[in-house]
Structures are given as C-alpha cells and as structure tokens.
Write a protein that binds this ligand. Structure first.
Ligand code: FES
Length: 262
C-alpha cells in the first residue's frame, strides 16, 4: 500500500501540500493578522485559524494545515495533531448544511441511532459523506450537552431538539429544497462556511442574528435552580437543596445537618 493510500484510508492529510493561490493566501493572511493580534502568543490562534480554513474550503485541507503552520511558525505535524483531535474540524468537505445526529448514550436510546440510520438511507450517504448536490453532509456526533432535549440533531452547530425520524427526514428535505429552516434555539441558519467564519471570531453580520442567540431552556436550567436552593416552577415553593455557601460550618460539615448532640 502506498503512503497516499494509507493517509487517505485514515482520513489524514497528505503532506507536503500545495500552497493556496496567491489571491486566497493574501486574503486569508489579512484575516489571520487580525486573529493572531488577539493573543499574547501567536500559537494560541491556531483554533480560530483552523475555523478560518474551514470557512474558506469547508474542511481542513492539507493546504490549510500548511497555511496555518506558516502563519504561526508551527510544524505541520503540530497543526495536524490539533486538527485531528477536535471533532469540529472536518477532514472531508462539508455540505452547505452539515447535519450532526447525536448518537451518544441518551440520544441513542431515545431514537438517535434510528434517526441516523434512517437519514443515511434517505440521503443515500454514509457517515461523513455529502449528498451529490453538495447541500447536506451527515455525521454522527457525540453528546452536545443537550441531553434534556434528546434526541438532538444539529445543523451547522445549531440545535434541533426532540427529533424523530420523520422530523429529521423533513428537516434535510427542507434544507435541500432551500426552504427556510429555523433551529429550535439560536440564530437562523447560515451556511457551514459562514458558520465557520463566525467561529473563527468574526462578527455575524446578518441583521438581528446576534439577538436570536438562544439561552438555556427550562429543562437545562432546572439543575441550576436546584443548586441555588430554589424550587422548580410549578412545584411547592420550598428549598429543596440549600446553597453550599450557607453551610460552610466551622466544623467542616457542608450537608446542612446540625452537629451531633447539639
Ligand atoms: S446524549 Fe445527545 S446531547 Fe447528550
């Protein structure tokens, strides 16, 4: 097996890579300067620079890895190590809409596995593949800390809560048809590349989009209320768990009990 075959099989970038065309390199270098200037050490800018590469190409290509290394004075091995560690960096081109189906434990048992299987069949693509029209790519993803809305589907990292196989099929059909699709929470969708540019640290220029940012929903905030010693909405107004700081007794107890024999 050749080196090229091995790297392709593993989804790893083939190195050394071609440079970007001069026009692209100049435009990206301008953006990179702005990003790097935000950090006391330039290497700290690697994560946003990788998002910037995805904003350009829809994934982190071997050319993008070379470019990041050159901007930051790193080796391509160092950049590759980071780009292949974090799952938000794609090694294959994303569609205009990147659909992630959570198949981690809670979502899986509540229907995530079924949703993922049916979307693969409906779209005719496998994990990490893109439809022929370039509109939708599919990936099974790990827990997105939205278990209280399981099973969860994400499109370009925006949440679509409490999904079913039917609703997920309708979702991808609407995306491919160009219909307006609104996430359950958060701003209206933009393309994967536009999302990547925002993640690189550039402002969302769409009028009103920033104000559409979602907050935690009631189920997500229930635990916070309990931690504060508050009762949950719709329940008897009494303290269920006392806040920790109220029971920092000098004898070290923090469970709210009185001392034995007191
Ligand atoms: S298991 Fe799916 S969001 Fe946590």
């Amino acid at each position: 097996m050749s080196t090229t075959d091995r790297t392709t099989d593993l989804g790893l970038p083939e190195l050394p890579a071609e440079p970007y065309p001069a026009e692209v390199a100049a435009r990206l270098a301008h953006d990179a300067q702005e990003i790097i200037a935000r950090y006391p050490q330039s290497r700290s800018a690697l994560l946003p620079l990788l998002h910037l590469v995805q904003a350009e190409e829809g994934f982190v290509s071997r050319t993008g890895i070379r470019w990041c290394a050159e901007q930051l004075g790193l080796t391509t091995a160092e950049v590759t190590a980071v780009a292949t560690f974090y799952t938000m960096y794609r090694r294959r081109p994303a569609g205009r809409y990147h659909v992630g189906v959570c198949t981690n434990t809670l979502c899986a048992v509540l229907g995530g596995d079924q949703i993922f299987a049916e979307l693969q069949q409906h779209l005719g693509i496998g994990n990490n593949e893109t439809t022929e029209d370039g509109q939708v790519s599919l990936e099974h993803i790990e827990c997105n800390a939205a278990c209280d809305y399981a099973p969860v589907v994400m499109v370009n990292w925006e949440f679509f809560d409490n999904q079913t196989p039917d609703s997920a099929r309708q979702l991808v059909d609407d995306l491919r048809a160009g219909a307006e699709v609104r996430p359950t929470r958060g701003a209206r969708l933009c393309s994967f590349k536009e999302t990547a540019r925002i993640l690189a640290g550039f402002p969302d220029e769409r009028p009103g989009a920033v104000d559409e940012g979602g907050a935690g929903g009631a189920p997500s905030l229930a635990g916070l209320r309990l931690a504060r010693g508050e009762s949950l909405p719709g329940t008897e107004p009494r303290r269920i768990v006392a806040p920790r700081h109220e029971h920092d007794d000098s004898d070290g107890r923090s469970d709210g009990t009185e001392g034995a024999g007191a």
